[in-house]
Ligand binder design. Structure first.
Ligand SMILES: Nc1ncnc2c1ncn2[C@@H]1O[C@H](COP(=O)(O)OP(=O)(O)OP(=O)(O)O)[C@@H](O)[C@H]1O
Ligand SMILES: [Mg+2]
Length: 368
């Protein structure tokens, strides 16, 4: 699904939108953190849209570094991100001039028209110098620059380079460039920005994205159905929100499926049908995951799904009910599955609770 289409198809996030815009206007950098598929990327584009609507003097760029493994990939993605916005104009020529030492070759995908870049680097020094040149180029732009780097936690995976320290040293002196650092692995992102030993310590204003407010989401769903010439019962909406745990991606997917399949008026029966369709079409993917996990891990996931929410994964009752073994076994399995982003911990003021990250997988496992 596309993360963002337009303001009118985007539900809420007004508070976060306002905060991000305020921080940016005050000259701060922002770190935006949430579990996967809550709507971070969508919100970045929503912010860009707002900046555009308000005609704020900022030029916005977006770079997704999820697929990057090293410095070289980072440079490639960053330059591609800039090239896609600058789109063949004279500013793009200047960007290429500033990194000409690394011999960039730019091609455009014939179908998507998106930029694709390749470079040749003589050595590590050349790579570092080229990042510096790109930031110098941004710093020299007449209009202030806002650069959003999505999946920022990925820089921790780079081999042979302390990317955090490197980036921080380039970013710190910039006066004309601001950043939104966006990421999902909460403990890594939090560590990057709140641990006194990390290079990015206290360099940003944090925003933690939570679930969308239930009533706001319910009104939004009703409104979207009505606007498109259909209706949906409140009972059906409530069922959708409960079943998807208001986890944005899953709520949106189910709503879209119900909308496509129902006639004029969507009822509970249409929701049940849509759920069956979604679970059936995903079965093969779920089975593939099963083959990638150990038997004990799969069994543990199954147990959490059956419980819906687990409050005490090392408690005797849970362990014996699902034959997990010992509390330390349970802890080890839990840690591994959290690390793989298959189980989502929700840290509350009193305790931490656990659910499956993927709501569809959870509901599917619940049934078997
Ligand atoms: N406020 C919103 N209103 C309506 N739909 C939304 C909203 N936010 C996100 N979505 C939908 O939810 C899905 C997930 O959003 P998005 O890709 O922005 O999440 P994310 O947090 O960036 O996920 P990931 O961590 O996997 O990158 C998208 O398909 C998008 O269409
Ligand atoms: Mg995203």
């Amino acid at each position: 699904m596309i993360p963002y289409i337009s303001k009118s198809t985007f539900c809420d996030r007004e508070k976060e939108l306002q905060l991000i815009c305020d921080y940016i206007q005050n000259g701060s950098n922002v770190s935006l953190i949430s579990p996967r598929r809550y709507g971070k990327t969508g919100l970045i584009y929503r912010v860009f849209d707002e900046i555009n609507d308000l005609k704020l003097p900022l030029r916005t760029f977006y770079v997704d570094i999820y697929a990057t493994q090293n410095l070289e990939d980072f440079i490639e993605k960053l330059t591609e991100g800039l090239a896609n916005v600058l789109n063949k104009g004279s500013v793009l020529k200047n960007l290429f001039k500033s990194i000409s030492n690394i011999r960039p070759v730019l091609t455009y995908d014939a179908i998507t028209h998106r930029a694709k870049l390749s470079f040749t680097f003589a050595n590590e020094q050349e790579k570092k110098a080229s990042i510096q040149s790109i930031f110098n180029f941004l710093e020299a732009q007449e209009t202030r620059v806002l650069l959003a780097i999505d999946e920022f936690q990925q820089i921790r995976e780079y081999d042979g380079v302390n990317m955090e320290a490197l980036l921080r040293s380039y970013i710190q002196p910039l006066k004309n460039v601001q950043f939104i650092f966006c990421g999902s692995k909460k403990h890594i992102m939090a560590e990057m920005f709140t641990d006194a030993r990390s290079p990015f310590y206290e360099s940003t204003r944090h925003i933690y994205l939570n679930k969308i407010d239930r009533e706001t989401y319910a009104s939004f769903i009703e409104e979207k159905f009505t606007e498109s010439g259909k209706t949906i019962t409140r009972e059906a909406i409530d069922y959708i929100l409960d079943w998807t745990r208001i986890h944005t991606f899953y709520t949106q997917t189910l709503c879209n499926t119900v909308f496509m399949q129902c006639r004029k008026k969507a009822t509970l029966l249409d929701v049940y049908r849509a759920i069956d369709l979604i679970l059936t079409t995903n079965t093969e993917t779920f089975m593939q995951w099963r083959s990638m996990l150990t038997r004990a891990q799969w069994n543990f996931l199954h147990a959490v799904a059956k419980e819906d929410i687990v409050e005490q994964p090392t408690a005797g009752e849970f362990i014996s009910k699902y034959k997990i073994g010992t509390p330390s076994n349970s802890k080890r399995l839990l840690d591994a599955l959290v690390e793989k982003e298959l189980i989502l911990p929700a840290i509350g003021p009193q305790s931490t609770t656990y659910t499956l990250y993927n709501v569809f997988l959870s509901r599917w496992l619940e049934r078997i």
